[in-house]
Design a protein around this ligand. Structure first.
Ligand SMILES: CC(C)(COP(=O)(O)OP(=O)(O)OC[C@H]1O[C@@H](n2cnc3c(N)ncnc32)[C@H](O)[C@@H]1OP(=O)(O)O)[C@@H](O)C(=O)NCCC(=O)NCCS
Length: 184
């Protein structure tokens, strides 16, 4: 699937994964490793540039196959994080939204705006019917995003997440195409 860059606001763009962005992406992840590893299980497995380059290549391949559709977040032209559909189920037309943002840019609504654009894109262009966000119960910043965007809290998945030797409960949120059409 070929997807163009998505413009979020005057400072923020969602760029399709590309090999030229692997180096700045690696530098950002490496600089914030101690923070990010608390929330993202893949960080501990991404030791060097080669691991990130491979992740970007996987993102490109899975995007081409329609199983994923992730983007690199650019803020004022600099790599600032990532957001998009980390799992897409074509048969049921549903997708799972995942995201992370540079710690220094948090608290400004950037990721909420990215996810609003991604939800519109998913319903319109990817023809999805249902978007889910799964977030650990104790990740309150992450839960702020589905709440601000009018997702429905469907419930708690008990010990659904395994991170650094512990199981965590996960909150499940969803947004349907009809929720948006109803103006919900
Ligand atoms: C999850 C994550 C992206 C959320 O970052 P964030 O900065 O809180 O999210 P946003 O960019 O949407 O910003 C929302 C914050 O900006 C504030 N804000 C300021 N202006 C705003 C605006 N115009 N619109 C919305 N929010 C605004 C909000 O009040 C909120 O701050 P608060 O939580 O202190 O109330 C970030 O914490 C992160 O990357 N965490 C590590 C990775 C992670 O946990 N990923 C999710 C795994 S499930």
């Amino acid at each position: 699937m070929e997807t163009a860059l998505l413009r979020v606001d005057e400072c923020t763009e969602l760029h399709p994964p590309s090999i030229e962005l692997a180096e700045p992406l690696f530098r950002l992840i490496n600089a914030q490793r101690a923070y990010l590893r608390h929330w993202l299980e893949w960080v501990d497995g991404a030791h060097g540039y080669e691991d990130i380059r491979k992740m970007v290549q996987d993102a490109m391949r899975f995007r081409a196959g329609g199983q994923r559709c992730t983007f690199i977040v650019l803020f004022r032209g600099e790599v600032a994080g990532s957001a998009g559909f980390v799992r897409i189920d074509r048969a049921h037309r549903r997708g799972e939204l995942g995201y992370w943002l540079s710690q220094s840019l948090q608290g400004q609504g950037i990721m909420t705006r990215c996810c609003r654009v991604l939800a519109g894109f998913a319903f319109r262009e990817l023809k999805l019917n249902r978007i889910i966000i799964r977030t650990p119960r104790h990740n309150l910043r992450s839960q702020g995003i589905p709440r601000r965007l009018g997702f429905t809290h469907e419930g708690t998945l008990r010990q659904d997440n395994h991170l650094r030797g512990h199981f965590y409960d996960v909150e499940l949120y969803s947004l349907l195409k009809e929720d948006v059409e109803r103006g919900g």
